[in-house]
Design a protein around this ligand. Structure first.
Ligand SMILES: Nc1ncnc2c1ncn2[C@@H]1O[C@H](COP(=O)(O)OP(=O)(O)OP(=O)(O)O)[C@@H](O)[C@H]1O
Ligand SMILES: [Mg+2]
Length: 219
């Protein structure tokens, strides 16, 4: 029974796309799966169906109710900012210890596969002192790193890998998710990335892909 943290090189790179695709993959095989998005910013209850928690609940086949959203995303903020900035605006800081405890409990109790979507990239601040990197290190579960194929992604991805390596966080795989309109070739980007990523497997994901079995097989 595995638990995987889904992180990325930045915001809007494809974490939720990959998380929901994997949930659908395992549900399609009748294998137990759950997914959490513990910290969500830019959250508006009126448009919750389109939010990360809403998309994840839909993929899980659960109704998009306040109870459901509370269960998978207890830390929600309105401002579309990093958690430290969004929570500062609401005077309600992310309680780092409670966040880690929430995830640890879920990891200890889950059946099948548990996916935990982070927020933003690997080093987005959660509060005044801690970033997502501290959160991942505290959980000690392997991560799936989602990267784009845009020009410039190589440096972002290698920087992210270096930060993860320094904290001894295991990377199960890198998903090279196609960036629309990218001038860089997917194949060349992948080949270059593989030279630096050593044994970490890299899976390419095309726009609109629905079959995530190759990624699932690595988790
Ligand atoms: N391979 C893909 N094919 C088609 N659409 C994609 C793909 N990857 C991402 N998208 C779309 O790109 C947008 C950004 O992706 P997504 O929401 O998954 O990013 P994210 O990393 O979860 O962002 P956030 O930091 O806000 O959580 C979404 O509209 C998503 O549906
Ligand atoms: Mg997301």
């Amino acid at each position: 029974m595995s638990a995987i943290f889904i992180t990325s090189t930045g915001t809007d790179i494809g974490k939720t796309f990959v998380a929901t695709g994997l949930v659908r993959h395992w549900r399609g095989k009748d294998q137990p799966v759950d997914a959490l998005k513990p910290v969500a910013t830019g959250f508006d209850a009126v448009t919750s169906a389109a939010s990360d928690p809403g998309l994840i609940l839909a993929a899980l086949g659960h109704p998009i109710s306040l109870d459901g959203i509370d269960r998978i995303s207890p830390w929600r903020y309105a401002a579309p900012l990093s958690p430290d900035m969004a929570s500062w605006k609401e005077g309600k800081a992310v309680d780092f210890d409670a966040l880690v405890e929430f995830c640890r409990r879920a990891i200890a109790n889950h059946q099948g596969t548990l996916l935990i979507e982070g927020i933003g990239g690997v080093m987005v601040p959660l509060d005044d002192r801690r970033t997502v990197l501290d959160w991942m290190a505290a959980l000690g579960i392997p991560v799936l790193l989602v990267a784009g194929s845009y020009l410039g992604s190589l440096s972002h991805t290698l920087t992210a890998l270096d930060a993860l390596r320094r904290r001894a966080i295991a990377v199960s795989a890198i998903v090279l998710n196609e960036t629309p309109g990218s001038t860089a070739s997917m194949a060349d980007t992948r080949a270059t990335l593989q030279r630096f990523a050593g044994p970490i497997p890299i899976v390419t994901l095309a726009r609109g892909a629905t079959d995530l079995s190759e990624i699932a097989a690595l988790l």
